[in-house]
Design a protein around this ligand. Structure first.
Ligand code: SPD
Length: 397
């Protein structure tokens, strides 16, 4: 009995050793497989990073617009979200020439296809760039559309909406393209939230958005002065102001010229949505600051990422800092622009590699608020005709 037990015990030990051996071997194999998988993943990751790097370098070199691999990721995310080229621009928030060039390269490399004015993704993009998700549009607040203000609670929305229905149509000659009535009222709401309306002297430099009228409708500012080159807009604003007894004055003025001397240091607040060719943008911005009174005065600027690269933003931010101001707010896609009729006559349309229809709002700008922390130090310069609308980044005029 004892002998049998001993034999069994030995057999058991043998089995256990064998099992341990098998287990060890399996573990080793698994480890090797994991290692191989990890190596493959790392290799793929490296390959993908190289592709993004190559594309961004190629674009930077060709367009002279600083582009990073991260920007290509954002464009890939956008093409996974929509098949419309203009919506890809809208979602990725990159300059149109960059989106045009990137989509061309992605197509040539087999990541996307162009079909009937649409961008179609291929299996290759899903495999190689699995880690890039579509844009999470559902994370944008559906009540305020990401602006962070309630436009219905100001009490001017309905009236403004009715008034703006008969506004002059945007024309290409002046790079016009107005923001939606909701965006205009949202601007006023933001200005109210920041204490920049009540009893303030406000100057609006260029006003196809009808900011002057909307400000007047609140009945709160001490004075609103609107300047614009377009006689149609000035007549419209003055007529509405008269009919509704608004404290708003509008004057025809060509903002390429220096502002009248009496405007220097006279206003609490300026509002502008300037053309974005670099020189024009710089000169408009400086003129706005030049009109401000002192510390605490504020400026509201519409600034896109669609006609301006981050490198241009950096230069503009330097002007803001050097003039004695600081940036207090940047709200992305705050201003949404109604589509304009002359789109197919612009450089943007010409360079788009796929001619998607402009069937929905796609162009937006950030609302930038600046505030003086030192007395304003800025110039009131002349802008030459050739510098006003188009540069390598600004293509929508
Ligand atoms: N030409 C397209 C409409 C552009 C309207 N101007 C937007 C300027 C943003 N600062």
């Amino acid at each position: 009995m004892k002998k049998i037990q001993k034999g069994e015990k030995e057999e058991k030990i043998k089995m256990t050793k064998k099992q341990i051996g098998v287990k060890k071997a399996a573990k080793k194999n698994q480890k090797a497989r994991n290692q191989k998988k990890e190596n493959n993943q790392n290799q793929n990751q490296n390959q993908n990073e190289n592709i993004l790097k190559k594309i961004s370098e190629q674009i930077t070199k060709k367009l002279k617009i600083e582009t990073a691999p991260k920007h290509i990721e954002e464009i890939i995310s956008a093409v996974k979200t929509t098949d419309n080229f203009w919506q890809v621009v809208s979602i990725s928030q990159k300059p149109i020439p960059v989106v045009a060039e990137a989509t061309k390269i992605l197509k040539d490399a087999g990541f996307i296809k162009f079909e009937d004015g649409k961008i179609k993704t291929t299996e290759k993009i899903d495999q190689d760039f699995k880690y890039i998700p579509p844009f999470p549009s559902n994370l944008i607040c559906s009540s305020c559309e990401g602006r962070g203000v309630n436009i219905k609670n100001i009490g001017i929305y309905e009236k403004f909406y009715e008034i703006q229905k008969t506004r002059p149509k945007p024309i290409q000659k002046y790079d016009q393209g107005n923001i939606t009535p909701e965006s205009t009222v949202a601007r006023i709401a933001l200005m109210l939230k920041r204490g920049d309306v009540s009893n303030k002297k406000i100057i609006v430099l260029g006003d196809d958005d009808l900011v002057g009228i909307a400000l007047g409708l609140t009945g709160l500012p001490a004075d609103v002065l609107v300047l614009d080159i377009d006689e149609r807009l000035i007549d419209f604003t003055n007529r509405v102001a008269k009919d509704n007894n608004l404290k708003v004055r509008a004057e025809v003025f060509d903002l390429r010229k220096p502002l009248p001397k009496e405007f220097k240091s006279k206003f609490d607040v300026f509002v502008t949505d300037p053309p974005e060719a670099k020189k024009a943008f710089k000169i408009f911005l400086q003129k706005g600051i030049w009109t401000l009174k002192d510390k605490g005065s504020a400026g509201y600027i519409g600034m896109t990422l669609i006609d301006s690269s981050l490198a241009k933003w950096r230069e503009l931010q330097k002007i803001i800092i050097d003039s004695g101001a600081t940036i207090t707010d940047i709200i992305r896609s705050f201003n949404k622009y109604e589509t304009w009729d002359y789109h197919e006559n612009t450089v943007a349309w010409k360079i788009a590699p796929v001619k998607s229809p402009q069937d929905n709002i796609w162009y937006s700008s950030c609302m930038v608020r600046i505030e003086m922390v030192k007395p304003p130090k800025a110039q009131n310069l002349v802008l030459k005709d050739k510098d006003i609308y188009v540069d390598t980044e600004s293509t929508t005029t």
